[in-house]
Design a protein around this ligand. Structure first.
Ligand SMILES: NC(=O)C1=CN([C@@H]2O[C@H](COP(=O)(O)OP(=O)(O)OC[C@H]3O[C@@H](n4cnc5c(N)ncnc54)[C@H](OP(=O)(O)O)[C@@H]3O)[C@@H](O)[C@H]2O)[C@@H](O)CC1
Ligand SMILES: Nc1ncnc2c1ncn2[C@@H]1O[C@H](COP(=O)(O)OP(=O)(O)O)[C@@H](O)[C@H]1O
Ligand SMILES: [K+]
Length: 553
């Protein structure tokens, strides 16, 4: 698990370290610049062979300061560098000013002028050190003219120019992954992509990745992410261990890493069948519900996923009229008929440890009643805790007219798994603020607090949040892209996987189960690759589980 910081948290860490005397601002800036240069040469070893030409674009704050360091180091290595500053040198913050002064003994720093920059010699590498964590408003037009997608097309073979962003491609908000545009989308000639979108081949950030590198537009424009140490390592040790719930004040990335190193035990440690002991009831009994005649597919997908991920028993419960149809599809998944939700106890004894409610159920009163019955299940006499309840799809949409009625029933052993549309039906105000500028992490946190349960907000940047503020981002981006998951039924499989993991009486905190399920779900999609349909996900699980329990140290 890697911590994802906000710009504010990063600043606080820097300030605390400076106040403690363990680092200086100038020392960190030097390390930041060195880190960028060494990452460039590591990624593109051919740039070591002979000196090249860099275009170093600097802004008015400390991001620009990093740019001055980079330009100095490249010039000392024999490169030629054209350096431009957007802003007044007299107003640079102190460390940036010191590095500006050092650089001007080696080369001129030109005032920003879009035409001059674009008419200059073709660079091999463009360094974007205009804005980093301090961006407070959209990119000004004269900067977008250079950095935007259209900016450097004037040069021959512009697609071969290596673009490196310092901390982030300028214009990206590092807290929410958004790209605020300074233009009126209603204007006919407004076209954000060529005009404003600035993307990099490599983004070098410092100490820890930031939320915006993994949310929203971040993964689309950062290229690859490298994180370099600037001497703060002793100041912020990762506070949340793999297998433990996340720290309420930080967000983290779901991945089998801790303190920068691969860990062997996650997510295998979260799964029930990680020891030789136990019979089927030791691994829990999941009930998944299916819809009426002709609508059983989604429920069956969830049920099979729950069984494959390791639940000891899984029963599919459907209206009586649909029993025959489902029976024709099921073997190891058991089957019971249930018409009236009030008769739930007839099909679900006290040994049921998890419910998966929603996929394919249809919206309306019956689904609402079913949700109410399932959520009302108190702690059973045999088990020390309440059954886990995963609410997905129609179980969520059925409460669109009165989300408060749902939140009055949800409890700490509940996880809601909305996609963006379902989220908007339950939390219209939060969805609205997410469209404005609130980060997906923040809105998921607020939703979890309001609902009093875990909320898993899906997408390539899935956010899983707990009511106490703990939040995890699961990134199906960068080297873990899984576009094949955008297929009908993939969410039903995820809901079943969460229920299957959480069903174990020894399962950890629900948010930890949801993290593991989400990671394994994407691994299954990646293992299958192109052509994936939802049915394939469960069939890839044996292979993925084997790898998850047997990762190299
Ligand atoms: N010790 C450290 O701190 C270290 C920091 N490091 C580096 O510092 C970076 C953070 O530095 P930073 O806080 O100075 O912010 P930065 O991104 O340079 O921008 C601030 C300036 O931009 C201006 N401005 C903002 N938006 C604007 C807009 N749209 N259009 C025009 N102007 C705009 C803003 O003006 P204002 O909003 O105040 O009017 C202000 O003048 C960080 O990303 C990392 O690279 C590393 O060296 C490691 C050590
Ligand atoms: N482009 C994508 N990259 C990675 N994961 C994706 C992508 N699109 C969708 N997903 C994932 O696939 C699943 C889709 O779920 P959902 O939208 O509920 O679909 P359905 O209702 O058809 O089952 C979610 O887990 C989501 O995070
Ligand atoms: K930048």
């Amino acid at each position: 698990m890697t911590e994802l910081l906000t710009a504010r948290q990063m600043r606080d860490l820097e300030q605390a370290a400076i106040a403690a005397g363990t680092v200086t601002g100038a020392g960190m800036m030097e390390k930041a610049g060195q880190g960028v240069v060494s990452e460039i040469l590591k990624r593109w070893p051919e740039l070591r062979i002979k000196p090249h030409r860099a275009l170093v674009l600097c802004g008015p704050g400390n991001n620009g300061g990093d740019g001055f360091v980079i330009a100095r180091l490249l010039i000392r290595a024999g490169w030629s560098a054209d350096v431009f500053l957007s802003g007044d040198p007299e107003k640079l913050p102190p460390d940036a000013r010191t590095n500006y002064d050092r650089l001007t003994t080696l080369t001129d720093v030109h005032a920003w002028d879009a035409e001059t920059i674009r008419d200059g010699a073709r660079p091999d590498v463009i360094i974007d050190a205009v804005f980093g964590a301090g961006l407070t408003r959209p990119l000004p037009r004269d900067i977008a003219q250079v950095l935007g997608a259209r900016g450097c097309r004037r040069w021959k073979r512009s697609y071969e120019i290596t673009r490196v962003a310092v901390d982030c491609p300028s214009g990206l908000n590092l807290d929410n992954g958004m790209l605020p545009f300074d233009g009126d989308p209603a204007d006919e000639d407004f076209n954000p992509w060529p005009d404003f979108v600035n993307s990099a081949d490599l983004t070098v950030t410092f100490h820890s990745p930031k939320a915006g590198h993994y949310l929203g537009m971040g993964p689309l424009i950062c290229g690859r992410i490298a994180v370099v140490d600037i001497g703060l390592s002793g100041e912020a040790i990762e506070r949340s261990m793999a297998g433990q719930p996340p720290d309420p004040e930080r967000a983290r990335l779901a991945e089998p890493r801790f303190a920068g190193r691969p860990v062997r035990r996650w997510p295998g440690m979260v799964l029930s069948k990680n020891s030789y002991a136990g019979h089927k009831y030791h691994h829990g009994h999941v009930i998944a519900f299916a819809g009426g005649v002709g609508r059983g597919g989604a429920g069956r997908l969830a049920a099979r996923a729950a069984l494959r991920i390791g639940a000891g028993l899984v029963t599919l419960v459907c209206p009586r009229a649909a029993v025959m149809e489902n029976a024709m599809h099921l073997n190891s998944v058991m089957l019971r008929g249930l018409d009236d939700p009030k008769d739930l106890a007839r099909v679900a004894d006290e040994r049921v440890t998890a419910f998966c409610v929603g996929p394919g159920l249809g919206t309306g009163a019956r689904t609402r009643d079913l949700v109410a019955q399932v959520l009302a299940r108190a702690e059973s006499e045999r088990d020390w805790r309440r059954p886990a309840v995963v609410l997905d799809a129609d179980a969520l949409t059925s409460f669109a007219d009165d989300p408060g009625a749902l939140f009055a029933m949800t409890h700490a052993r509940t996880v809601l798994t909305p996609h963006e549309g379902e989220f908007g039906r339950l939390f219209p105000d939060l969805a609205q603020s997410a469209r404005a500028d609130a980060s997906k992490i923040e809105v998921a946190r607020l939703a979890a607090a309001r609902a009093g349960c875990v909320v898993l907000l899906k997408g390539p940047d899935t956010v899983i949040a707990a009511p106490d503020g703990g939040a995890t981002v699961h990134a199906a981006t960068y080297n873990r892209q899984a576009p094949w998951l955008a297929t009908a039924g993939a969410g039903d499989v995820l809901a079943g996987m969460i229920a299957g993991i959480a069903a174990s009486p020894t399962a950890p905190d629900l948010i930890v189960c949801a993290e593991a399920a989400t990671w394994l779900h994407t691994e299954a999609a990646r293992a299958f690759g192109p052509g994936l349909i939802a049915e394939d996900l469960s069939e890839m699980l044996p292979q993925v589980l084997r790898a998850a329990q047997d990762q190299p140290e």
